[in-house]
Design a protein around this ligand. Structure first.
Ligand code: MRU
Length: 373
């Protein structure tokens, strides 16, 4: 997608040095556009844990490149030592963030591909390189297709409204910045915009890290998509007054039965949408499905982050990015990062293969190869 009119992905290999992975360090957006070099798995793990990169698809792609860097630097004296170092790198990466399932998926995919690549270490390094590139390319392509499927929902509403702008509410950032390109929740929006269908996006600020206010607003702005940032508690009021036609969010992990883990506060938006008869869709590439668990509420691990994210807020002051204290210094704070929206509140899932009901039958209908025999 575009930044100041130039096309970027969120992660790529340095043009003149394929041993260096480059990312956009999202901690400084929207105020500063910083590209960071990552050269080893420790730096990659830190970038994921400290949220230089974030969002399900991008966490997966970054982990894929992290495994490639780990392969470059692993001991080469024996295959066993090489694979031991890669297994350790995989564990290190998987421990960085617990909720987004793309992380473990990418690590396991790299390890399986290397096991299958024959006994030559150089061949395994080449495999790790190719798999990292494939994960990134497939993520971008899946999101592009999510846009093509999801735009139909927006088009129908637009026709019903006689061409009046379709008001779409989204939570957090399931945009281009959360993936390699296009985004999941934003892909149908970008597609509608490029087809000339008038849209307007209500952007939930998404406390405590404000991914909506900082990231979604910025990327929509870069593409000229009309949007308005709202405080997290405003959505229900807008829905009651007919100002929201559709909700689309992303997800960090969705069970094959249709339960959706996403940024904290998503559940409340789903409840409000349900109460007001507003369609609530979740957009995801298949890498964000967890094919092993049935009950999202009981089984999806919910990340708890540090209390400083709740107690302090970051912004621009006199040209400098600063953090200021928001709460009484001594007040404790708690910081659950995700919640689970039960499938009964989800109108449908928008995937790269099409749109399906949020149910086991719906999901397995689109992905029949995942049926247990
Ligand atoms: O904590 P983050 O920023 O990594 O959270 C992930 C998200 O951006 C959202 O939950 C998003 O809606 C789903 S990830 C595509």
């Amino acid at each position: 997608m575009n930044v100041h009119g130039k096309h970027y992905r969120t992660i790529w290999l340095k043009e003149d040095d394929p041993r260096v992975v480059q990312i956009i360090d999202q901690r400084w957006l929207p105020h500063k556009f910083v590209v960071e070099d990552l050269t080893d798995v420790d730096q990659v793990a830190r970038a994921i844990q400290e949220m230089h990169v974030r969002g399900a698809g991008l966490i997966g792609a970054t982990a894929g490149y992290g495994m490639y860097l780990a392969a470059l630097h692993a001991p080469k004296d024996s295959l066993a030592a090489f694979m031991e170092a890669l297994a350790a790198a995989g564990e290190q990466l998987k421990a960085t963030r617990p909720t987004a399932v793309n992380l473990a998926w990418a690590v396991e995919r790299q390890l399986a591909a290397m096991e299958a690549a024959g006994d030559d270490i150089e061949e395994r390094i080449q495999t790790a390189f190719q798999v990292a590139q494939d994960i990134a390319d497939e993520d971008a392509e899946a999101c592009r297709r999510i846009g093509e499927h999801g735009v139909q929902i927006i088009q129908e509403i637009s026709q019903r409204k006689g061409g009046e702008p379709v008001n779409i509410l989204t939570h957090c950032n399931a945009g281009w910045l959360a993936f390699v390109d296009y985004g999941s929740a934003t892909a149908p929006i970008y597609e509608a915009h490029s087809r000339g269908i008038p849209v307007h996006v209500w952007v939930d600020e998404t406390r405590p890290r404000n991914q909506g206010a900082r990231l979604t607003a910025w990327e929509l702005g870069q593409h000229g998509v009309p949007h308005t940032v709202i405080a997290d508690n405003v959505g229900g009021h807008l829905m009651q007054h007919g100002l929201v036609d559709l909700v689309i969010t992303g997800t960090d992990r969705t069970t094959y039965t249709g339960d959706v883990a996403n940024k904290i506060g998503t559940y409340l938006k789903a409840l409000a949408a349900h109460d007001n008869g507003i369609p609530f869709y979740v957009a995801l590439p298949s890498s964000s499905f967890d094919w092993t668990i049935q009950d999202g509420l009981a089984e999806i691990p919910i990340e708890e982050r540090g209390e400083e994210e709740v107690k302090y807020i970051q912004g621009l002051h006199n040209g400098e990015i600063v953090k200021v204290l928001l709460t009484p210094q001594e007040s404790p704070a708690t910081n659950y990062s995700f919640d689970v929206t039960p499938r009964r509140y989800v109108t449908g899932l928008i995937t790269e293969r099409g749109i399906c009901p949020a149910s086991e039958e719906g999901v397995l209908g689109l992905f029949p190869e995942k049926r247990q025999s």
